[in-house]
Design a protein around this ligand. Structure first.
Ligand SMILES: O=C(O)CCC(=O)C(=O)O
Ligand SMILES: [Fe+2]
Length: 302
């Protein structure tokens, strides 16, 4: 595997993969947050190198998009909202099922929030961060927008690996499949992740298969069993991220979330996703019905 779109060592000063592989497409390193692909800083504009890397591999990773303080504030805000949704017994938001589970101390928790930006001003504000628009360049269409009211809005995933947890992993999928369930043509789409916990590849987390975003509809539909398959792929790459980092992947890229080999607190992983969309405007509201696709996420992946 060569994940450098350009030549030479990457931004972390590493070389290419050697034989010392952890099994996640990543080398063992003294610094657990090092990656064997270029990791970038978020600037005023995407660079040619970033665009070339994205076109080839289907993802990009930026360091510290938000500060530790912001991470803490967002986590606190999510806990307040969680308590509100639990006390109201909310089952879904705009037709998207809310995934509930149990924390290590026995408390009931929300493990997948949808449209969290419509329920808390701090999350709404985050989506108004002008820097996010720099990513529109990866699609290049005139009608690019942040999916504040479309798809699942801003999602917050909370994975934890315990007996009582309902969400510790997520099977292989692409995010573009839902276009097909909505009876739409597959449109260019990005999924932007803002990470709220440190996550290293030896502790489960995001696995992607670089370059699977531009292999055509056959690959998008049939490469794996959607949400059912969890088997590691020999070409998968795990991402080592720190809280505050931003990642973005093409909607057609195959990815999964691996379960942590650890249980309890060490396995906790919280990450938000918001789509960048083009094409037909299909907002969801309180009258919207769940798509089969959304039901699948809510019933699988314990
Ligand atoms: O948790 C992650 O990093 C990925 C989640 C994901 O793929 C999804 O919600 O579609
Ligand atoms: Fe996904």
């Amino acid at each position: 595997m060569d994940l450098n779109a350009t030549s030479g060592a990457n931004r972390n000063g590493e070389g290419h993969l050697n034989g010392n592989n952890t099994g996640n497409g990543q080398p063992k390193s003294k610094d657990p947050y090092k990656n064997d692909y270029p990791v970038f800083q978020f600037g005023d504009k995407l660079t040619a190198e970033q665009k070339t890397f994205f076109d080839k591999n289907g993802f990009l990773h930026f360091k510290r998009f938000i500060s530790q303080d912001q991470v803490t504030q967002l986590l606190n805000a999510s806990q307040d909202l969680q308590n509100e949704w639990i006390s109201k017994g909310l089952k879904s938001i705009n037709g998207v099922p809310i995934k509930y589970g149990t924390d290590i101390n026995g408390d009931r928790i929300v493990q997948r929030f949808a449209f969290i930006n419509q329920h808390n001003e701090q999350f709404a504000e985050l989506l108004r961060d002008a820097r996010l628009k720099n990513l529109f360049d990866l699609i290049g269409a005139d009608d690019c927008r942040i999916g504040e009211t479309e798809k699942d809005g801003l999602v917050l995933n909370h994975y934890i690996n315990t007996e009582e947890s309902n969400y510790s992993q997520l099977g292989w999928h692409t995010d573009a499949l839902r276009d097909i369930f909505q009876g739409q043509k597959v449109m260019p789409m990005l999924n932007v992740g803002i990470h709220l916990d440190n996550s290293t590849t030896d502790n489960g987390g995001l696995r992607i298969i670089p370059g699977t975003h531009n292999k055509g509809l056959g690959t998008m539909l049939f490469k794996k069993m959607y949400f059912i398959s969890h088997k590691p792929d020999k070409k998968e790459v795990g991402l080592n991220v720190e809280a505050g980092d931003l990642t973005v992947h093409d909607g057609r890229l195959w990815h999964r979330v691996a379960r942590s080999p650890f249980t309890g607190e060490k396995s906790r992983r919280r990450v938000m996703y918001v789509p960048i969309i083009t094409g037909k405007f299909i907002p969801r509201d309180k009258h919207s019905k769940p798509l089969f696709y959304q039901r699948l996420i809510s019933i699988t992946n314990k």
